[in-house]
Design a protein around this ligand. Structure first.
Ligand code: G3P
Length: 226
């Protein structure tokens, strides 16, 4: 399982990379525009925080294949590092994926709502496909079901593409795609924190500290270490 953070907020990225075993950051045009700063400055700052080896997924804006390729090459040049270009699974997007694959640029197919979209993107050369779990659930679909079908198709046709499950609104959705065998998830900072939280964990830790300090006086083992 690879953990990615779905945000362009620098403070959240710093915190997640400090605390958790992170593998990358994903953005989209909505996420970047929330920061209300020059988008290149934001992406360069993210790269500085996560380093060149961590995955950074950045989406194109154009809806025409040639322009998507132009944007992808530009991003590859100015941001660099372990970069994945997110391309929506529209008709022109599939064409752009084929061109970018030939150029050796890594692709994440995005805005996926059906398993057939994911299959076509994988055939076109996408390294990752990003099904939108909660947005599928919100149209009375079955987000987990779509992820499961994509995994079945990739196995059935022996495709190397990986599932980067996205669009989560709760921890249970993340848990169910993990059980289904999704290779990676991208979650917002709030859900990432919630994936660890349990009141009984906090209760247990507090009890350990209380019992310890009653006898040893300090809430640390290294009382005498200078
Ligand atoms: O980045 C794409 C996806 O994660 C969108 O999520 O929460 O806007 O549905 P959301």
């Amino acid at each position: 399982m690879l953990y990615l953070l779905d945000t362009a907020n620098l403070e959240s990225i710093r915190k997640a990379y400090d605390l958790y075993p992170m593998n990358g950051v994903t953005t989209n045009p909505t996420i970047i525009s929330k920061e209300k700063r020059n988008f290149l400055d934001i992406l360069k700052d993210i790269r500085k925080i996560i380093g060149v080896e961590s995955m950074l997924h950045v989406q194109v804006i154009s809806t025409n294949a040639e322009k998507m390729v132009e944007e992808a090459e530009y991003l590859n040049q100015v941001i660099g590092g372990n970069l994945y270009i997110k391309i929506p699974v529209i008709h022109e997007g599939i064409k752009a994926m084929k061109i970018l694959k030939n150029k050796g640029i890594k692709i994440t197919a995005t805005a996926i709502f059906t398993a057939q979209q994911a299959l076509m993107a994988a055939k076109a050369g996408a390294e990752f496909v990003a099904p939108y779990v909660n947005r599928i659930d919100n149209i009375s679909g079955n987000g987990i079901g779509v992820v499961t079908e994509i995994l079945q198709l990739f196995e059935h046709y022996n495709l190397d593409s990986k599932v980067l499950a996205a669009s989560f609104k709760n921890v249970q959705q993340v848990h169910l795609v993990s059980l289904a065998g999704a290779h990676s998830v991208t979650v917002n900072p709030e859900i990432l924190d919630k994936m660890l939280e349990h009141p009984l964990t906090d209760w247990s830790v507090n009890q350990f500290i209380n019992d310890w300090t009653k006898v040893y006086g300090k809430d640390t083992l290294t009382i005498n270490v200078k």
